[in-house]
Write a protein that binds this ligand. Structure first.
Ligand SMILES: [Mg+2]
Length: 180
């Protein structure tokens, strides 16, 4: 199977003292239901870079270990991250530090600063993914609509919200991708 994974909040956590909602707000804005991601301006990029020191971005060990346990003979594993170009150095450093560069068959990054949902959609199509896992529901809704044959998984801690889209399955643990 061809399986794609997002990076942030799947394998790398947000800084421990910063509420997720602030980080999500910094990146995303919603105008009339149309998904638009903002590319931060220079001063913001500086702050964002500071928040990307590797010691502020702990790995999600449980998920990294699960990734290592997936059979490489039966599956091709891809990392698809929409991190922008200003984070290129930090991103290369952290993927190397946690050995992600050796686990994945290939890694795709949005260093050319396309809109994240368009970037991911193009990669998902190109790789003809069977499954794709992300924590961003609005992004998933977009790609799920464009790739009807792909099974999408929304990894979330949220107990109340469940995906209502047909080919998006809500999971609370990454290992559920093989049991759903
Ligand atoms: Mg993410």
């Amino acid at each position: 199977m061809n399986i794609g994974f997002d990076l942030d909040k799947i394998f790398i956590n947000y800084p421990p003292f910063m509420p997720d909602i602030i980080i999500d707000k910094l990146y995303k804005k919603k105008d009339n239901g149309i998904l638009i991601y903002r590319i931060p301006n220079k001063p913001e990029q500086f702050i964002r870079k500071m928040s990307h020191f590797t010691w502020l971005r702990p790995p999600i060990k449980k998920n990294v270990n699960f990734l290592k346990s997936i059979s490489k003979k039966k599956n091709k594993l891809y990392l698809i991250s929409s991190r922008f170009g200003f984070l290129e150095k930090q991103t290369q450093k952290i993927t190397k530090k946690h050995g992600l560069d050796e686990i994945f068959d290939e890694m795709f990054f949005n260093f050319k600063n396309d809109q994240p949902h368009l970037f991911k959609n193009a990669v998902i199509k190109k790789l003809k993914l069977d499954m794709y896992i992300d924590d961003d529901l609005s992004l998933l809704k977009h790609v799920a609509n464009e790739n009807k044959k792909t099974k999408f998984f929304w990894l979330t801690n949220s107990k109340e919200n469940k995906s209502k889209t047909k080919n998006i399955i809500t999971i609370s643990d990454l290992s559920q991708i093989f049991s759903e």
